[in-house]
Structures are given as C-alpha cells and as structure tokens.
Design a protein around this ligand. Structure first.
Ligand SMILES: Nc1ncnc2c1ncn2[C@@H]1O[C@H](COP(=O)(O)OP(=O)(O)OP(=O)(O)O)[C@@H](O)[C@H]1O
Ligand SMILES: [Mg+2]
Length: 228
C-alpha cells in the first residue's frame, strides 16, 4: 500500500465569516495524496483551487476540518513550528513569483538553502547547478527586473525545488511560459517526481498539463466533483 503524505478531512474554508461578504470557498473537501504522486487540481476560476493549495501547504488555515502531513495534524502547530515545517518540507511555485528584486537570480535561489543552514559555498554550488538545469546558466548574476517573465518564473521554480522538498505545490506554475518552456518545466517536474519521489500538486487550467499528471482532482464550488 502507498503511504499517505497528505490527508484532508472535511476541510471547510469560509472567508469573512459572519459578514455580508462571507464566501464559502471550500465545502467539505476530503483528499488523500500518496507519497510520490503527481496530481493536477483543475476547475473553473473561483472554485477554490488556490485556497485548497494554500491550506495544503500551511499558508492558510481551514475554518474547520484537519490537514495531516506525514500523519501529523499541522493545524496543531504554532506559527513558529509551521514556519520551520514549511521551510523543510514544502516548495511553492506561485502565480506571482515573489522574487527579491535587489538580489541576483543566484542569491534568490540561495535563500532557502542558507535558511536551512547550508554553507555559502555549498548553497552557491547547488543554486548554480539548478539554474543551469533550467537554462539560466548565463543569467545567474542578473536581478529579476533584468530577466524576462519566463526567466523570472524559472528562477522562482529553481528556488522552490533547490531544497528538494517532500511536497511541491504549484499554482499555475507554467502560467506565463510559452508552450516549449512549459514542456521543459513539466519534464523537470516529472523527472524529480520519478527520481526523488517528491510529491507534486499542480493547480492548472491546462488540460495538457492535467494529462501529464497521473491523477486529476476537479473542484467545483468548493467541492471535489471528480478524482481519477
Ligand atoms: N482572501 C479572501 N477573502 C475573501 N474571499 C476570498 C479570498 N480569497 C479567495 N476568496 C474567494 O474564495 C473563492 C475561491 O478562491 P480561489 O482563489 O481559491 O479560487 P481559484 O479556484 O484559485 O480561482 P482562479 O482559477 O481564478 O485562480 C473565490 O470566490 C474568491 O473570491
Ligand atoms: Mg487561483
């Protein structure tokens, strides 16, 4: 039997509870994801995909229900425990890259490694290696404003992957990339998924990306309507 890495039980998320603007974004989501799975999350705009992803990664908490990662209920964590947990276990690739504009591409990718305690030379070595892998070997000293949108996205992806986190969460990770580059990115995702058994959960509107994954979870109005 495959071991579950992520289990959501009856997760609800209500934004602005009790106000006239209340939004019931997740309505009782149940989900089990095994270690090493590569899963696409799809569904119309506003159905709750980003909300679910943020909750899976401990960036947001549910209004009710539980999230277990490796058998641990992360809703019991303090803020400090949560931060350490995210740093050591989760890699995020967001729609917006959140790169530091005053740092080079290399330094941006080194940040999570230095936070984990790697020495400066070792962090430099690993960050350089992954930037080469995504085709940015000749751009490592450029800062984000000096890079194209697709190049910035590849820096953001390198930063998410460089620490080899057990779970990688992508919110439209190929959103701004052309089709050739997004094929490269999906190849990279598939490779780390196979080589390192890293678990990937990718929110996408692209049926093509969905087909690249072994499982598609479809949400509608805050509920899982299909899972196969
Ligand atoms: N911080 C917030 N406060 C209030 N409502 C919110 C907040 N974030 C999201 N929502 C609402 O919750 C619902 C789900 O939003 P969510 O961002 O999860 O959708 P999504 O499926 O990711 O959509 P998209 O494909 O457009 O990114 C939407 O109706 C949205 O307006
Ligand atoms: Mg979204």
């Amino acid at each position: 039997m495959r071991e579950n890495i992520l289990v959501l039980k009856d997760v609800h998320k209500i934004y602005g509870e009790g106000t006239p603007n209340e939004v019931h974004a997740l309505r009782g989501v149940n989900l089990q994801i095994s270690k090493g799975e590569m899963v696409a999350v799809m569904g119309p705009s506003g159905c709750g995909k980003t909300t679910m992803l943020n909750i899976c990664g401990g960036l947001d908490s549910p209004t009710s229900g539980t999230i277990q990662i490796n058998g641990v209920d992360i809703s019991t964590y303090s803020d400090g425990q949560m931060t350490t947990f995210r740093r050591d276990n989760i890699g995020y690739v967001f729609q917006l890259f959140n790169l530091f504009d005053y740092m080079s591409a290399l330094e941006n990718v080194m940040v999570p490694l230095l936070a984990q305690g790697f020495s400066y030379p070792e962090a430099t070595r690993r960050a350089t290696m992954i930037l080469r892998e995504v085709g940015l070997g000749d751009r490592i000293y450029h800062s984000p404003p000096e890079l194209s949108g697709g190049q910035q996205q590849r820096v953001a992806i390198s930063r998410a992957l460089v620490t080899q986190p057990a779970i990688i969460l992508g919110d439209e990770p190929t959103g701004d990339l052309d089709s050739v580059t997004s094929e490269d990115l999906m190849d990279m995702f598939k490779r780390i998924n196979t080589d390192n058994r890293q678990t990937l959960i990718i929110v996408t509107h692209s049926e093509w990306i969905g087909e690249q994954c072994e499982r598609i979870i479809r949400l509608r109005d805050g509920e899982v309507v299909e899972d196969c």
